[in-house]
Design a binder for this molecule. Sequence first.
Ligand code: CO
Length: 331
Amino acid sequence: MNTPVVDVHTHLVPRGWPDLAVECGGEAWPWLRVETEREAMLMVGDREFRAVGSPCWDPPTRIADMDADGIDLQVVSPTPVFFSYERPADQAVKVARIFNDLALECTSHDRLIPFCQVPLQDVDAACAELDRCLAAGHAGVEIANHVGDRDLDDPRIVEFLQHCAAVGAPVLVHPWDMPAGPRLDRWMARWLTGMPAETHLSLLSMILGGVFDQVPASLRLCFAHGGGSFAFWLGRMDNAWHRRGDLVRGGSQHPPSHYIDRFFVDSVVFEHASLRLLVETLGEDQVVTGSDYPYPLGERPAGAVVRTAAFLSEPQRDKLLSVNALRFLGR
Ligand code: CO
């Protein structure tokens, strides 16, 4: 293959940041309890959120892992816990600026491609921060899949997506803020069932909310974790659109399957059968390699499920490892 292998779904955490209560106002902010040179605990208020290590912030560690996994380029996005969409917009603006500037330090290598975060609860501020970041060296934006009770078909969020299309910024949509409750707070149920359902719901809201009928086809979107449970249930949604159109058709001009060439999904599904479902349902031009590096629910080596899938022809494998991602990135 002559084109670079791209991992479109990885995350960073900077190794420290200013006291956000002082810088941004508010309280119960994420902070980093540094344990050693290479290890830290990401804290939210007084709660341990996630153990993190030097792959989160240190470019040489990242590059060594990429070399080991055969990855040429990584898209490096924020960890969604910093998005702060639930906070007052002025606080979210400040925290976005701090982390977007730190992200450029964590990605100071020509094989690392930074994506920024934006204060999506205030679309004017989100557009301004995206523009600032694109000028500063970011190559795209990662957004969460909803803002409180507003999904991606919310008119103001659609305005943001229109802006992304206008400035040519690729958008990675990542699930977050999953429902909680006694049935979901056990094991990692919010990650194992909540995240796939969140992403499924985002795609459904974009389709039935008519967003794909409103935004230009040039908008480049990628949904994390294989698009969640969307592809598996595409037939159920089409059937409902035809047979319960009174309730389901919403604002979309066409059934859900009409829109499957309007977005990418990543390959973080682990199983060949699942990857095959994505390729056969959404198409060989719509699946890109992702890993969720460096987190434990991610795939290592990155891209293994794509490289070892016997059902893919070599031209198809090239598309999944490289060509489709370069199209997503606009390269
Ligand atoms: Co992720």
